[in-house]
Design a binder for this molecule. Structure first.
Ligand code: ZN
Ligand code: ZN
Length: 113
């Protein structure tokens, strides 16, 4: 199967909360660990089974494709939610930069200045 290489998560820590019925991901601020949970996306052909292992081959293929799409969408939103700190380049939330548009520096780096 020609599978696309998955992009790395925008943030260092990411949890996959996807199951047999939906796709959902949680991204965590690199500085304070605050989580951003992506909007759940329903698996389009979710059946009665709660176990991916019980899917038909066709369901599994669709599941994989939709999983990749949902992950990319979540990752894109994380890109907007967590902006890079100008000093350490980690992806940090608005709270960590005090909502400043300029001097976008995380609280860890500000403390060191
Ligand atoms: Zn933060
Ligand atoms: Zn920083």
């Amino acid at each position: 199967m020609g599978k696309k290489a998955r992009l790395p998560s925008v943030t260092k820590r990411m949890d996959d909360e996807s199951d047999a019925k939906k796709f959902q991901f949680v991204f965590y601020c690199d500085c304070c660990g605050q989580g951003y949970r992506s909007a759940p996306i329903r698996f389009s052909v979710a059946g009665t089974s709660d176990h991916i292992e019980n899917f038909t081959a066709a369901q599994k293929l669709i599941y994989e494709a939709e999983y990749e799409d949902a992950y990319e969408r979540g990752n894109r939103n994380a890109l907007i939610t967590f902006k890079p700190c100008e000093v350490c380049r980690r992806r940090v939330c608005e709270d960590c930069t005090d909502g400043q548009e300029f001097d976008h520096i995380c609280s860890d780096c500000r403390a060191k200045q």
